[in-house]
Design a protein around this ligand. Structure first.
Ligand SMILES: *[C@@H]1O[C@H](CO)[C@@H](O)[C@H](O)[C@H]1NC(C)=O
Ligand SMILES: *[C@@H]1O[C@H](CO)[C@@H](O)[C@H](O)[C@H]1NC(C)=O
Ligand SMILES: *[C@@H]1O[C@H](CO)[C@@H](O)[C@H](O)[C@H]1NC(C)=O
Ligand SMILES: *[C@@H]1O[C@H](CO)[C@@H](O)[C@H](O)[C@H]1NC(C)=O
Ligand SMILES: *[C@@H]1O[C@H](CO)[C@@H](O)[C@H](O)[C@H]1NC(C)=O
Length: 153
């Protein structure tokens, strides 16, 4: 199961890396988020610093979109550690969104991996993938989770 999820994410990242701008026909111009819904997809690992393909994933974890410390949206990972957040953008510009927001995991890490520090949390930056349905949806992924102490962004 973990391998299938890894393949899915690899495909998403591949799509993002190959043509990050080609699909960005945003309604108000490239990077203008005022009339789009953000769709953020991610996979929360129980380990960091090792490849996704060898990691376990974090089921039933509370995941938050945080911008400038404030929680903008929140959801829970499914049984295989996948999550999806749909929300309006708190910023009008893609650069501001990516520069000021993180995906943070509120559920203590030890729940998933007892060898990780009890005070630590996970956070990932957002990576733009593409823009679909004529710019109505802006797709991003959170696939770069690292351990941090304290509140991030
Ligand atoms: C972004 O798009 C909206 C809606 O099309 C438009 O009203 C606004 O002027 C645009 N903002 C910028 C900075 O281009
Ligand atoms: C978020 O923080 C950045 C950098 O400190 C600042 O430029 C921006 O105005 C803040 N935005 C909001 C909505 O608070
Ligand atoms: C949070 O997001 C900011 C802005 O993208 C980034 O500089 C920072 O490294 C992120 N922190 C973590 C722990 O991912
Ligand atoms: C855009 O990204 C979404 C989600 O990340 C993906 O499912 C879709 O195939 C991508 N579309 C294009 C045209 O690349
Ligand atoms: C992922 O995180 C690492 C370490 O913080 C950083 O060097 C790298 O640039 C990040 N990659 C992306 C796509 O954000």
């Amino acid at each position: 199961m973990a391998v299938k999820v890894y393949v899915l994410l690899a495909m998403l990242m591949f799509a993002g890396i190959v043509s990050p701008i080609a699909h960005a026909q945003l309604i108000g111009g490239i990077g203008n988020l005022s009339n789009t819904v953000l769709s953020i997809l991610g996979l929360v690992p129980c380990n960091v610093g090792i490849p996704f393909s060898t990691s376990n994933f974090f089921p039933n974890a509370v995941v938050q979109l945080r911008c400038n410390v404030t929680v903008v949206a929140s959801t829970t990972t499914n049984s295989i550690g996948l999550f999806s957040i749909q929300t309006a953008s708190p910023f009008g510009q893609l650069g501001d969104l990516i520069g000021n927001c993180n995906i943070t995991v509120a559920t203590p890490l030890v729940t998933c991996n007892p060898s990780l520090p009890t005070t630590a949390n996970l956070a990932s930056v957002l990576t733009f993938v593409n823009s679909t349905i004529g710019g109505l949806i802006t797709n991003l992924v959170a696939v770069n989770f690292t351990i941090f102490e304290g509140i991030t962004n």
